[in-house]
Design a protein around this ligand. Structure first.
Ligand SMILES: *Cc1c(COP(=O)(O)O)cnc(C)c1O
Length: 352
């Protein structure tokens, strides 16, 4: 028997904020369906819980990257037979076929080879990705052989925007190419927009949108500011409080030297948890409104904070970590996506 382990590291996840973000995005969709990208373990939050909450909020279309991710969450579809769907964005390799054919999830077929493989195996409804400028995954429109689609039951035909966070001509180029493809390739539904694309307006919504980042509190587009609420707060326990004398160093590499006697606390958070070393020197913990700066270098499992302003803090107390996604991203040069998806497995994730 294993005993219940309580990690000195937690991720506080706000269900109301997640649902409020979903509702805000959904109301922008103005009639189009609003799905959810929950790949990479729901951008680090935990795909099962995210999917459960979003199902409650009325979301019916989900997107993951791989079949391993699909297997972990497809039991949740059982109660929604035929009314909710899960798409696997990376399509089907030969190695995936057995799992894919037995799964409730649909593959998003990305190449002529994947389409041939799916048809040959007698696979059911599928999605198809076409490339309109990303040059990553998807069928190229240049030399598209339309006979590929004969006998294929396409539920969602989709494409992915390169850089909808910025107002630039490529958005419209991609939208125009997608409309052309829509005229040629029959499908039940058409889908182009991610979070940022959804903020570009009705012309980008088609039948179904696929936000990810904004659901989890990311400011995917300036329009999100003031409406999208933060969902994730890392929290760490103080393992030790120390007095550091002037002239002494704190942390690995002696990057920080105290210029006078000071009080520090060591907390259980490091770059192995996704708290990047680059945040050293600009991050902070928060306690009752007080900002407690990170000092010295972030280690693999530990970092130090300045607790001069909080004399009462001691071993065993908890602090919140300032994890404002857009500000941290701006200061540290780490994308909001990486800040979320990097959050590791040592956090106890809990929803409030
Ligand atoms: C990840 C992903 C999304 C969601 O993108 P966000 O920018 O996080 O909103 C949508 N569509 C596809 C194909 C994706 O891979």
């Amino acid at each position: 028997m294993t005993m219940d382990y309580q990690s000195p590291l937690r991720l506080k996840l706000d269900r109301d904020a997640l649902i409020s973000n979903y509702r805000w995005l959904k109301q922008l969709c103005d009639g189009a369906a609003c799905g959810a990208a929950i790949k990479a373990n729901g951008y680090g939050l935990g795909a099962v819980e995210v999917m459960r909450h979003l199902l409650d909020a009325g979301c019916r279309d989900f997107f993951v990257a791989t079949w391993a991710e699909a297997q972990a969450i497809e039991p949740l579809l059982r109660d929604f037979e035929g009314r909710a769907g899960l798409s696997v964005l990376h399509g089907v390799r030969a190695e995936d076929m057995e799992i894919a054919l037995a799964s409730r999830a649909r593959p998003v077929l990305n190449s002529a080879q994947q389409i041939a493989r799916w048809k040959e195996a007698g696979g059911g409804p599928c999605d198809v990705m076409i490339d309109t400028g990303m040059n990553r995954l998807g069928l190229s429109l240049n030399d598209l052989d339309l006979s590929l689609f004969d006998g294929l039951k396409v539920d969602v035909l989709m494409s992915h925007l390169v850089n909808a966070e910025e107002d630039q001509p490529l958005n419209d180029v991609q939208r125009t190419l997608f409309m052309q493809a829509r005229g040629q390739i029959p499908a039940q539904r058409y889908s182009l927009a991610n979070s940022a694309g959804l903020c570009l307006g009705r012309d980008y919504h088609f039948d179904l949108t696929r936000p990810g980042l904004a659901l989890y509190g990311g400011i995917a587009h300036p329009a999100c500011e003031g409406s999208i609420r933060p969902v994730v707060t890392p929290q760490a326990e103080i393992l030790q409080r120390r007095t550091v004398c002037g002239g002494e160093a704190v942390g690995r590499g002696a990057d920080y030297v105290a210029h006078r006697t000071m009080e520090t606390a060591t907390i259980n958070l490091g770059y192995a948890d996704g708290y990047s070393r680059i945040i050293s020197g600009m991050g902070a913990a928060m306690k009752d409104g007080a900002r407690l700066p990170v000092i010295g270098r972030v280690s693999m499992d530990l970092l130090s904070i300045d607790v001069m302003d909080k004399p009462e803090l001691r071993e065993g107390d908890w602090v919140d970590i300032d994890y404002d996604l857009s500000m941290t991203s701006l200061l540290a040069g780490i994308s909001q996506y990486e800040l979320l998806a990097g959050l590791g497995q040592r956090f106890d994730r809990y929803w409030v």
